[in-house]
Write a new protein. Sequence first.
Length: 450
Amino acid sequence: MTAPVSAIPGPRGLPVVGVGNRLLSDPLEFMVRLQRHYGDLVKLSLGKHTMYLATHPDMLKRITQENWKNYIKRYPTMDEILGQGLVTSNGEHWLRQRRLMQPAFHHQRIARMADVMVEEAERMLARWAGYARSGRPFEVQEEMMLLTQQIIVRTMFSSSLSDTEAHAVGKAFNDTLNWAAGQQFRLLQPPRNWPTPGNLAYRRNLDLLERTVYRLIDERRQRQGEHDDLLEMLVTARDAESGEQMSPQQIRDEVMTIFLAGHETTAGTLSWILHLLAHHGDAERKLRAEYASVLGGRNPTPADLPKLPYSRMVIDETLRLYPPTWILTRVLVGPDTLGEYELPAGATVAISPYVTHRHPAFWPNPESFDPERFRPEEAEGRHKFAYVPFLAGPRQCIGNNFALMEMQIVLPMILQRFHVSAVPGYPVRPMPKATLRPGPQVWVEVRGGG
Ligand code: HEM
């Protein structure tokens, strides 16, 4: 027996905005409390709109795997920047693109990018050696953003860009995406064609990016086979069935998409890990012992990573507590049943990995940082959809192996050279913006590195 949508429980909220004000002011705490109070499917009235928060792993399985085609994405604010890239597209177009791009994200191809990750981490650590010598504290998230930004720019374009260009492009990407993310949260936006300073800077950045990206695409199409990077893969990919290749516009959309999806998430997670380790001495010691016995001070290679299980558990537990994609939404194409309720076509469903990762039926002491939860014996038998930092099903993150390898390489490089400690007086809390980052800032001091 199913119940109608009107029977789904939820808070009443205020007359005009519903619960919109509470969702905006403290969404994480609010959503966790809703799940505890009302259960696994909660109705959220947001003024004119209604959203259904689905948190039970069975529901996530239904939405992302069993009936995934019935749940589509709608992200209109990102259209101009991302176009029809993998994150924002749907249907046949998405399927074709995913098929074309999947091989580039295969384990073996990703492993070939390890050298770039090591080189960029070396550059960052050389800066940190300076901070260690002078005893100067620094904001670690900024460092991580710069690192992951340079890694994605270089794995995308390899040596086609000079260092100066790579920095300019990285910054332009970043500023454009921050601007777009900010727009989603602003109530009163000047129209995009007004010459406000924000609009002008946005236009300038987007122009620079498009000019650079189209130039590089053009060069590559004329001289193929000289590089082994993501751009080469996008330019040469051919659909196995139709033999078709991507148009320059489509390649541009995918370049922007990979940049958007591929650096802030990883930078935030690396910053969270350092913050958590600075407050959990036991985990830090265990991690150092693992690195010492397997690596003995040298940089890791992809072949070492399976031999560093505790390192992976620390990453997994950090992604459980602070999944960068803390909320995402889908719109129903046709009606569907979630739990005991019948939802109509057109309904918006929200999934929150942050809330599901704290579901008391699957996670004892959900707020505590405990990497041991991911020991194989502990993890065995756990509902597969209770842990979804990269989502699941056909639309699972295509870059999950990339991100995991990047973190597994960077982390031992940092910890084998430095002791990282938090600077007192700078409390850190989760900041639910476009991604869930630690904030407002993460100030650290480093020792060692000689
Ligand atoms: C810790 C790091 C990362 C996390 C937690 C993460 C998480 C996610 C999640 C939850 C989705 C699904 C979004 C949705 O369906 O609405 C997603 C999609 C995606 N991610 Fe990631 N991601 C990470 C890193 C990366 C990296 C490094 C790349 C690329 C190099 C990447 C590329 C993508 C792309 C292209 C999609 C769209 C896939 C599709 O719909 O077919 N991500 N990611």
